[in-house]
Design a protein around this ligand. Structure first.
Ligand code: ZN
Length: 490
């Protein structure tokens, strides 16, 4: 069902109409560079494409979902300069780069499981595909779209743009791109400022390096996605997703690399999720508003008023259309928490309702409206609004103010089961985290207040005892100028 609507609606980004490879759909999503804990910004693309994966699967497509892990080649400065992000973190933590990769890939997976995102079918790692990347560089060189200089290989953007349109995806013109890229300082090996690295010769101190025909070095960051999507999904596949921040240059470079090596357009549909802002601002380490998912889940961050359950975050994201911006605030998350509670309570009530001989309300529009919304470019907020309308009906049946026939009741039960749990991927928090967290916060407040009182009475032996006893449960308390704060180390 609804296959036509699906690809019609994805095509809204003025993309040409191209049918999906029914019944097989290839879905590639750019994964994380694993050099730190996943943050709020990471939750959006992976929840968004989890919805895409779940919905297409529900419609009966066989989806091969490939999401990579970047463990090499992503430099601190996206313009091919600076240290490798992972090598830098390894230096700071005084461990091997691969220890950094393992630690943060594990923690990423834990966070994604908490958000109830399904694991991808294949999760290739960039450093495991150096050979494929070298092969692709050779093809690009053979076809005349790259050049070697001092052991590094660069993509020749101007040459490519003569035959194809570089900037097609992001709607840019080569002149503007050239104007907006920093001019070369004379030290660069690049011919033009817009050229990007396919292979970089490693400096002597660079740890992550592999042999290649050009030098001991490492691949450029954009290359891995071209090489791995081609390997696992073929030279042309259906949907490529990622955050809007990857549109340019990352995805533009992917298209160029694929066309320059294979000669064909790699992706039928591009999908980009919009960003999350925090109180109207972009999130950034330098802005002091950088929040990791673990901090959100524990409430252990100065901008986070209370712990938020992972399902609250998931629901918060799904309540907005993926193309629109979402602004994080405590009020918005608390509203999402309440909304989710109401929706799940409705789903639970629905299972306990008795049917009547006939329905006093017309529910025939609800199901088509929900599926039309989901098939219309994965419009989850409209689908959720329809479900809330259904919750009103459910509650009035519960209160004896309306009736549902057996057929209608079954239809609603199936709808909630399919949409709320299978497609939107919502679930009751297993330990009901939100209630537990509320309780824990209340208890900790009592303990901290009591300790403060004891301190004022100079009962230091008792205050120390409280601190040490809490430490046995891995709860750390710290007296700061702003008051006593606590944290829980798992
Ligand atoms: Zn990518």
């Amino acid at each position: 069902m609804a296959t036509l609507e699906i690809y019609n609606s994805i095509a809204r980004e003025k993309q040409e109409f191209k049918p999906l490879n029914h019944p097989y759909v290839g879905l590639y999503v750019c994964g994380p560079t694993v050099y730190g804990e996943a943050h709020l910004g990471h939750s959006r693309p992976y929840v968004t494409f989890d919805l895409v994966y779940r919905y297409l699967t529900f419609l009966g497509y066989k989806v091969r979902y490939v999401r990579n892990i970047t463990d090499v080649g992503h430099l601190v400065n996206d313009a091919d300069e600076g240290e490798d992000k992972i090598a830098k973190q390894a230096r700071l933590e005084r461990v091997e780069p691969m220890e950094v990769v393992k630690r943060y890939a594990d923690s990423f997976h834990d966070n994604m499981d908490q958000l109830n995102t399904l694991r991808p079918s294949i999760e290739p790692i960039a450093s495991g595909h150096i050979i494929e990347q070298i092969e692709m560089i050779k093809q690009i060189l053979d076809n005349g779209y790259g050049y070697e200089k001092n052991g590094s290989v660069y993509f020749d953007v101007e040459k490519y743009n003569k035959d194809h349109h570089y900037g097609k995806l992001s709607g840019r013109k080569i002149e503007d791109i050239l104007e907006n890229t920093r001019s070369l300082d004379g030290k660069s090996d690049k011919k033009h400022s817009a050229d990007f690295a396919l292979w970089k010769k490693a400096m002597p101190e660079h740890i992550m390096r592999w042999p290649s025909p050009w030098s001991d070095g490492f691949p450029g960051w954009h290359l891995e996605c071209s090489a791995m999507s081609t390997k696992y999904l073929g030279e042309q596949f259906d949907i490529h997703g990622g955050g809007m921040d990857l549109l340019f240059p990352h995805h533009e470079c992917e298209i160029a690399q694929n066309k320059a090596s294979k000669g064909i357009e790699p992706v039928k549909y591009w999908m980009h999720n919009n960003m999350i802002t925090i109180n109207g601002q972009k999130m950034g380490k330098s802005l002091g508003n950088f929040i990791t998912l673990n901090e959100l889940f524990s409430g252990d961050h100065k901008l986070v008023e209370q712990p938020y359950a992972p399902m609250t975050i998931r629901f918060f994201i799904l309540q907005a259309h993926y193309r629109s911006t979402v602004d994080f605030s405590n009020e918005a998350l608390q509203a999402a928490q309440k909304g989710l509670k109401r929706l799940l309570a409705g789903a639970k009530t629905l299972l306990e309702l008795d049917s009547s001989d006939s329905s006093s309300v017309d529910i025939s529009n609800i199901k088509p409206a929900v599926f039309n919304a989901l098939s219309d470019d994965f419009n989850s907020p409209i689908a959720i609004a329809q479900l809330f309308d259904a919750v009103k009906i459910i509650n009035s049946v519960k209160d004896g103010k309306a009736t549902l026939s057996k057929n209608d009741l079954t239809e609603l039960q199936d709808l909630f089961n399919d949409v709320v749990f299978t497609i939107l991927g919502l679930k009751e928090e297993s330990k009901d985290n939100s209630d537990n967290n509320e309780l824990v916060n209340g208890l900790m407040e009592t303990i901290i207040d009591t300790r403060k009182e004891l301190k004022a009475r100079k009962e230091f032996e008792l205050t120390d005892q409280i601190r040490d006893n809490l430490a046995k449960h891995n709860v750390q308390i710290k007296d700061t100028r702003e008051g006593t704060i606590w944290s829980h180390e798992k």
